[in-house]
Design a binder for this molecule. Structure first.
Ligand SMILES: Nc1nc2c(c(=O)[nH]1)N[C@H]1C(S)=C(S)[C@@H](COP(=O)(O)OP(=O)(O)OC[C@H]3O[C@@H](n4cnc5c(N)ncnc54)[C@H](O)[C@@H]3O)O[C@H]1N2
Ligand code: MOO
Length: 432
């Protein structure tokens, strides 16, 4: 039997990413745009705000009317109108007049400043209402200027950005009821193995339930794809071949789990051969997931993920995820990388680069990565809590607790429910 020659992880990623598919576009209602990927730049179609507004409840005035004002000699300006947000005072004001104005209302013509209501007093004289002001007000004081937030024509959100609540607010600001996004890539999952039972089936001697397909289901959705095809096939060449052939027709991205190794019933390599697919790699210098394979058929990538759960999981995150996200048109397709202190000794040598499922936490302000449960490729339970993969480079002989290691983030980590609100000044002290 021929020995398989492992290639480096980065090289395997490059081989996959050399065959990108471009996703199609669609319009979705703004309400469902969250987490979708913008397929067009979003530029401001008008200034925001598009009229001058008041940031406070107070009085819109002409600042020149307060030139003589002081603590001992207040000025009195006649209040000619009161306007709430959403209303305008179209007659404008003259010097020595004021409009009582609420937060968000449009500044009337003739006014160039707003004074907060707390700094004034209202007085009535001869049936007329006046506002008493005891200080000079600067021109432009408390005026929210046109375009202060966003300028017409400015590209605010480049295409390829994932829609977050802030982007939704921006879309709404410009009246976009429908949002141009990339269609979710269609993904197919084929689980192979005569030992596999469906989730609803009772356990039988020598059999286990198919957990990988559901794990992949979640990973596809988390990455922004749409699982559209699912088969569970026995270790049978024809059955496996037919499932893959069908999947290639129905999906953009096809992944199999299991059957890629060198066992008597590992049929995936033969399936690639019969389909006429070009093998990209069948061994990667990584643990878990060294058996991860990929082949290209008419520009589409077939991912042969390992049957071992942790290996399958890591294979998806390293190879399928960036490919899927490229198809989505995302700008950042790779897992976010950061560094953390290794939370415990990891004595195993690493002939191949190792991806250890880990949990991140902050301790005394420093990020720590603690391996979760057992670091073996046939383990499911380490995936429950893992929010990161520790990357231990190949050729290393184990690591001690406290070593700074690279980590790839899978999910947002633990939140901080409270922070110290007592420290008021965090500026560095000036050198003397
Ligand atoms: N002689 C050798 N044997 C093995 C090698 C090797 O190099 N030489 N590599 C080992 C490594 S490393 C891995 S990883 C596995 C990979 O094997 P396959 O990817 O072909 O997967 P299977 O053999 O089909 O299954 C492996 C394991 O995972 C379980 N499994 C399979 N599918 C599922 C599923 N959908 N849900 C849950 N669990 C699943 C399966 O029952 C096996 O226990 O090969 C080693 N062997
Ligand atoms: O490919 Mo296996 O997952 O290295 O353990």
């Amino acid at each position: 039997m021929l020995m398989r020659k492992p290639i480096k992880v980065a090289e395997a990623i490059r081989k996959v990413m050399a065959h990108p598919l471009t996703g199609e576009k669609e319009l979705v209602p703004i309400q469902t745009s969250f987490n979708r990927v913008l397929s067009e730049d979003l530029a401001a179609t008008h200034d925001v705000p598009w009229f001058k507004r008041s940031p406070y409840d107070g009085y819109a005035i002409f600042s020149g009317s307060t030139l003589e004002a002081g603590a001992d000699h207040p000025v009195l300006l006649e209040v000619v109108a009161t306007i709430g947000a959403g209303f305008t005072w179209d007659e404008g004001i003259k010097p020595n007049q004021a409009v009582k104005i609420m937060t968000g209302a449009a500044i009337p013509d003739g006014a160039d400043a707003v004074i907060m209501v707390e700094l004034t007093k209202e007085v009535v004289q001869n049936g007329k209402t006046f506002v008493q002001i005891k200080r000079k007000v600067r021109p432009g004081e408390n005026i929210v200027g046109i375009g202060e937030d966003m300028k017409k024509g400015e590209v605010l959100v480049p295409k390829g950005t994932i829609v977050n609540p802030g982007v939704m607010a921006t879309l709404a600001t410009f009246g976009m009821t429908e949002v141009p996004v990339t269609k979710k890539p269609k993904a197919a999952v084929i689980a192979t193995g005569s030992e596999l039972l469906e989730v609803g089936e009772p356990l039988e001697k020598g059999k286990i339930r198919n957990s990988n397909a559901y794990m992949l289901w979640g990973q596809i959705i988390r990455a922004g794809g749409e699982p559209v095809f699912y088969r569970l096939v026995k270790d049978d060449f024809e059955e496996t071949y037919e499932a893959v052939r069908q999947a290639v027709k129905e999906a953009d991205i096809v992944m199999t789990t299991g059957g890629v190794s060198v066992g008597d019933f590992d049929y995936i390599p033969k399936v690639y051969e019969k389909l006429g697919a070009t093998l990209l790699f069948n061994k990667v210098a990584m643990r878990p997931g060294s058996v991860t394979s990929a082949a290209e058929l008419d520009g589409k990538i077939l991912f042969g993920l390992s049957g071992n759960p942790s290996a399958c999981y890591v294979g998806f995150e390293l190879f399928v995820r960036p490919y899927l996200k490229t198809m989505l048109g995302e700008r950042n397709v790779y897992l976010k990388k950061t560094q953390a202190l290794l939370g415990e000794d990891f004595p195993k040598p690493n002939p191949f680069t190792r991806f250890v499922r880990a949990k991140l936490s902050y301790q005394e302000g420093l990020l720590h990565a603690l391996p979760v449960r057992r670091d073996k490729s046939n383990i499911v339970s380490s995936l429950i809590e893992a929010d990161a993969l520790i990357v231990l480079p190949g050729g290393s002989r184990g690591f001690t607790k406290g070593t700074m290691v690279d980590v790839l983030m899978l999910e947002d980590g633990e939140g901080a429910p409270l922070w110290d609100e007592n420290i008021t000044d965090r500026r560095p002290q000036r050198q003397r």
